[in-house]
Design a binder for this molecule. Structure first.
Ligand code: GLA
Length: 399
C-alpha cells in the first residue's frame, strides 16, 4: 500500500514536470525568429536528421538554403548528382565536378554523407545494358560494368561517404523482384553482387537497401525475405531505407510502426531516407506511392493550393508530421537517420510528380525558407519525448 502511494505522488510530480517543459518549450519556439533548438539538436540523442540537396544548396549559390542546411541538418543526401546518368553519362566518361562539390560540402560541415544510389532501374542510361549494335549485353559484361562503376564512384569517396544506397527499388508491389534490365541480364543475384562490390570498394561504408511502399504488407514481406536471404549468404547489408514518401492519409501509424518493428527484428538498421508528406490530391486509382514512372496530365481540381496552403490543411500537415516523428522516436534504438527529401517546399519533386506544374507543400520549410507549423510540431514532438524520458529517468533513479 505504502509503495503504491509513493509511486502515485511521483507520477503526479512527473506529470507536472512534463506539462511545465511542454509550456516552456512551446512558448519559446513560437516566439523565436531563429527557432531554437535546431532539428539536429532536438534529435541529437535519437537519430541523425538529414535533407536531400540540390546543386544550388551544396555548391552554395543559394546561400539562404545552404544556411538552413548547415543550421538544421547533420546528414545530407544528393537528390540527383550521384545517380548513374549524372556521374557516368557515357561509357568511360565520368563527371565528378558536382559530386565533388556535394561531398566537399558535407565534409566541410562535418555531416554524415549519403551516397544515393549505385544500382537502380531508373536514371540509368540505356547504354549500360547494350552493346554498340543496341543488343542486350551478357551477364558477365554487365557485371563487369557494374563493378567498374561501383569501384570508381565508391572508391573516389571512400572514407567520406558514410553510407550508400546500394540497390534502390528492386521490388514490385507484390513483393516479387522487379524485372529490371539488371535482373533480366544478370539474374536475381545482381543484388548480392552490387553489395559485394560496394563492400570491396569501401569496407567501412554502411550499405543499404532502399525502397518505397514497404509499409504495405506484400512488398514488406518481399523486403524481409530479401534481407534474410542476403544475411544468410553473408552479404554485408547494414540497413533498410524506408523512403517515406507519405501523404496526409497514408500510411497509418500502426502500419508504419509494424513496418519498422519488422525490420528492427531482423537486426538491421532502419532509416527514413526520403521523407515528405504530400497534401495534394492524388490522380492515381491505386493508393499513393512513389513509382517514378507514373505520370498524369493536369486535371481540374488537381492543383488546389496555388495561392497558399489553407490554415486547416497546414495544421493537418503539422499533425501528420508529429504522428510520424512520434513513431520514429518510439523506435529510436533502431532508427539511425531521418532524411527529408528536399529543404523547402519549392525544391520538392512533388511540384512535378505525378503531375507537372503543381504547387506542393510537403516539407518543413516554406518557399521563402521559413519554418512551417509542421517544423514546430516536429520540434515539439522531440521536446515532449525528451521531457518524458527525463521524467522516466528521474523516477528510475529515484527508485
Ligand atoms: C525515388 C528515388 C529518389 C528520387 C525520388 C523522387 O524515391 O529514390 O532518388 O528520384 O524518387 O525525386
Amino acid at each position: 500500500m505504502k509503495r503504491g502511494k509513493i509511486n502515485f505522488s511521483k507520477a503526479i510530480v512527473g506529470g507536472m514536470f512534463v506539462v511545465f517543459v511542454f509550456i516552456l518549450t512551446s512558448c519559446s519556439s513560437v516566439k523565436t525568429a531563429h527557432p531554437e533548438p535546431s532539428l539536429k539538436e532536438a534529435f541529437k540523442n535519437d537519430f541523425l536528421i538529414g535533407a536531400a540537396l540540390n546543386e544550388s544548396q551544396y555548391c552554395e549559390s543559394n546561400s539562404l538554403e545552404a544556411a538552413i542546411v548547415k543550421e538544421q541538418f547533420n546528414s545530407i543526401s544528393p537528390e540527383n548528382v550521384l545517380k548513374w546518368e549524372k556521374i557516368h553519362p557515357e561509357p568511360g566518361e565520368y563527371d565528378f565536378a558536382l559530386a565533388d562539390c556535394y561531398v566537399n560540402f558535407g565534409v566541410k560541415n562535418h555531416m554524415f554523407i549519403i551516397g544515393h544510389n549505385l544500382v537502380w532501374h531508373s536514371q540509368t542510361p540505356g547504354w549500360v545494358f547494350r552493346d554498340d549494335n543496341g543488343n542486350y549485353i551478357d551477364r558477365d559484361t554487365l557485371l563487369k560494368r557494374m563493378r567498374e562503376h561501383i569501384f570508381t564512384v565508391v572508391g573516389r569517396y571512400k572514407g567520406k561517404i558514410g553510407g550508400w544506397d546500394v540497390v534502390n527499388e528492386a521490388l514490385n508491389e507484390d513483393g516479387t523482384l522487379r524485372n529490371s534490365s539488371w535482373r533480366k541480364i544478370i539474374g536475381d543475384d545482381y543484388i548480392e553482387k552490387a553489395f559485394e562490390f560496394a563492400h570491396q570498394a569501401d569496407p567501412k561504408a554502411e550499405l543499404y537497401y532502399n525502397d518505397f511502399g514497404l509499409e504495405k504488407a506484400p512488398k514488406r514481406a518481399g523486403a524481409i525475405a530479401l534481407v534474410k536471404k542476403l544475411r544468410a549468404e553473408g552479404i554485408p547489408i547494414t540497413g533498410v531505407g524506408l523512403q517515406g514518401h507519405y501523404a496526409l492519409d497514408w500510411p497509418d501509424d500502426a502500419d508504419l510502426d509494424e513496418t519498422i518493428s519488422a525490420f528492427e527484428k531482423l537486426g538491421v538498421k532502419v532509416m527514413i531516407t526520403e521523407l515528405d508528406v504530400n497534401v495534394l490530391p492524388s490522380p492515381k486509382r491505386r493508393s499513393l506511392d512513389a513509382e517514378i514512372s507514373d505520370r498524369y496530365q493536369m486535371q481540374p481540381g488537381m492543383n488546389p493550393y496555388t495561392n497558399g496552403l489553407p490554415e486547416a490543411v497546414q495544421q493537418q500537415l503539422a499533425e501528420r508530421y508529429a504522428d510520424f516523428f512520434s513513431v520514429f522516436l518510439k523506435h529510436r534504438a533502431s532508427i539511425s537517420r531521418v532524411t527529408l527529401w528536399g529543404v523547402t517546399d519549392g525544391n520538392s519533386w512533388l511540384n512535378d510528380y505525378p503531375i507537372r506544374g503543381r504547387t506542393s507543400y510537403p516539407l518543413l520549410f516554406d518557399r521563402d525558407g521559413k519554418p512551417k507549423p509542421a517544423f514546430f510540431s516536429v520540434l515539439k514532438t522531440a521536446e515532449m519525448n525528451s521531457a518524458t524520458k527525463l521524467t522516466n529517468d528521474k523516477s528510475v533513479s529515484a527508485r
